[in-house]
Ligand binder design. Structure first.
Ligand code: PEP
Ligand code: MG
Length: 580
């Protein structure tokens, strides 16, 4: 039994067999063959090794010709590993003795090699781990031929263990069969994590090399609440986690009863509880969990889950359905926020050296006006179906906002000319998710009807920490004094200019932050629907006075650790009601 600590991405506990995908999404389940097929598996392995050796040899010759012997020598390492008789014998032994398939046996031996190299202290050898991944992929490509398996069509429930999962893969996940997720990389507010929470799939990210600890088929516990994965748990550990599962579902059921009670503090201040959604179909869940509106509809997922760009008609239909299903409650449609970790499958955004700081989101839209105008037309056309509002993401300068608004005005003019109905006074807001926008909030406040503070990106850009990079996850703290100062600045500007403010980053759905945010002056929160009950519970247990005191104290602290400890201790003191 081994236990690994990563970063909690989606809460809940599950226990199930591991399905391991390597970096190229090969699915290598622990499979055995009948005794009379062992010979054939040996032939498959030998042929794959021969073909791979030939390929690498060709690459080495071509590289030597073009780039010189020195560069070509990288391939000499590859050739050496593939031709290594010891490696071959180890794989053959597993095929013969355990009757494993060639793919599984080869993957097992390569994982052991990768682990060995990872643990050495000599930097040169450590760097060879990447080469070993490459070699593994190359040989497996030959072993498996076209037999790659598709994770969208699984037949048994599994815990998916993978290097990474793109948001577009995450939205197309087979949620009936994927019980839980564990990934080598990723961060708590990466979009893959946000999707996992939306789907209610317990997940742990940033586990470094979990894919090489597992071969597939092992029993795995995912404790998404604690960010822990246990491989091959003993019976006592399984019992422990089963009990935890029962405790969690009781807690969930108790929280369910808060659905219809108002989100009002003990002193009588109402707090608006809105929901974040990624797909139009989620409006039902948003209302069911007590959402009073949708504060953030991440429309880019409509683009990410399709093979090609959705047409205007498809977008209108989707947005109209979402607006209608809100039963008159507000729906804030954010214009597409593609880029960074949300890349289209076709990768039409192109390769960028640093996509988080690149042509993402509104920047991309303003460069691709045809696509942007079609998108805006669709939002406007759907705006008559409900209380639709529009929000622009990732703004850094007032000029950018003005350009976006000018484009919206152009589109409105076109629709008028065509005689197409739309909501002329549609409220226009913006995300405040860059330090630039937060610092100059007073200028922006004169230009929009509402702000929505996006703490996920605001934290990323303020602290210069890629929110999806597990190596710097320890620095990612929305409660850092610098981020809190920016939030306060936005609230002051908004109050002065009478602009409404929502906060829609993951902070809004984290109970430890609720009192602080109320104390800073936030009165509207937008979060994943499933977080609404637990945040409502905190709201109903506190008073604005208590929240003010917490905020005053926190704003005097100078380290994020002190802030976190204070918030946790204050939350622990609250007399949280168990149910309504
Ligand atoms: C944010 O950045 O806080 C936000 C809500 O937007 P997203 O998570 O989609 O980037
Ligand atoms: Mg954002």
């Amino acid at each position: 039994m081994i236990s690994k600590k990563g970063v909690s991405a989606s809460p809940g506990v599950v226990i199930g067999p591991a399905l391991v995908l390597d970096t190229e999404e090969y699915r290598i389940p622990r499979r055995t063959v009948a005794a009379d097929q062992v010979r054939q598996q040996i032939v498959v392995l030998e042929e794959a090794l021969d073909a791979s050796r030939q390929e690498v040899n060709d690459l080495r010759v071509a590289a030597a010709r073009k780039l010189g012997e020195q560069t070509a020598s990288i391939f000499a390492f590859h050739e050496g590993v593939i031709a290594d008789p010891k490696l071959r014998d180890e794989v053959l032994l597993l095929i013969r003795n355990n009757q494993y398939t060639a793919a599984y046996a080869f993957a097992q031996v390569m994982h052991a090699r990768q682990k060995l190299f990872q643990n050495v202290t000599v930097e040169y050898l450590k760097e060879r781990v990447r080469d070993l991944y490459d070699i593994e992929k190359r040989v497996l490509r030959h072993v498996l031929g076209r037999a790659r398996e598709d994770i969208t069509r699984l037949t048994e429930p599994v815990v998916l263990v993978t290097h990474d999962l793109t948001p577009s893969q995450a939205v197309s996940i087979d949620r009936d069969h994927i019980l839980g997720l564990a990934t080598n990389v990723g961060g708590q507010t990466s979009h893959m994590a946000i999707i996992a929470r939306m789907l209610g799939i317990p997940s742990v990210v940033a586990l470094n090399d979990i894919t090489s600890d597992l071969g597939g088929g092992e029993t795995v516990v995912i404790d998404g609440s604690e960010g822990v994965v246990v491989v091959d748990p003993d019976p006592a550990t399984i019992d422990e986690y089963r009990e935890k599962q029962i405790r969690l579902s009781r807690k969930e059921a108790a929280l369910e009863t808060l659905r219809d009670v108002p989100a009002v503090t003990r002193c009588g201040t109402p707090i608006a509880m809105w929901a974040n959604i990624e797909l139009a179909e989620e409006t039902g869940a948003a209302l069911h969990r007590g959402g009073e509106g949708v504060g953030l509809y991440r429309t880019e997922f409509l683009f990410l889950s399709a093979d090609r760009l959705p047409t205007e008609a498809q977008q209108v239909e989707t947005f109209r359905q979402a607006a209608e299903s809100m039963q008159g409650k507000p729906l804030v449609i954010r214009t597409i926020d593609l880029g960074a970790d949300k890349l289209l499958p076709s990768s039409s955004l192109g390769q960028e050296h640093n996509p988080v700081l690149g042509l993402r989101s509104l920047r991309y839209c303003l460069r691709h006006l045809d696509m942007f105008k079609t998108h805006l037309r669709a939002i406007l056309r759907a705006s008559v179906a409900g209380d639709v509002r529009i929000m622009f993401p990732m703004i850094t300068t007032v000029t950018e906002l003005r350009n976006a608004k000018a484009t919206l005005a152009d589109v409105m003019e076109d629709l008028e000319e065509e005689g197409i109905d739309f909501r002329r006074d549609i409220p226009v807001g913006m995300m405040v998710e860059t330090p630039a926008a937060a610092m100059t909030a007073p200028s922006f406040a004169k230009e929009v009807e509402f702000f929505s503070i996006g703490t996920n990106d605001l934290t990323q850009y303020t602290l210069a920490v890629d929110r999806a990079n597990e190596r710097v996850a320890y620095l990612y703290s929305p409660h850092s004094p610098s981020v809190l100062l920016l939030i306060r600045r936005v609230l002051v500007a908004a109050r002065r200019h009478k602009v409404a403010v929502h906060l829609c980053g993951e902070m809004a759905g984290t109970p430890e932050y609720t009192q602080l945010l109320l104390g800073l002056g936030i009165r509207r929160l937008s979060m994943s629907p499933q977080d609404i009950p637990s945040i409502k519970r905190v709201i109903r247990s506190t008073t604005i006075d208590e929240c003010d005191q917490i905020a005053t104290k926190v704003m005097r602290l100078d380290s994020d650790r002190q802030v976190w400890n204070h918030l946790r201790s204050q939350l622990a003191k609250l007399p949280l009601e168990e149910s309504a």
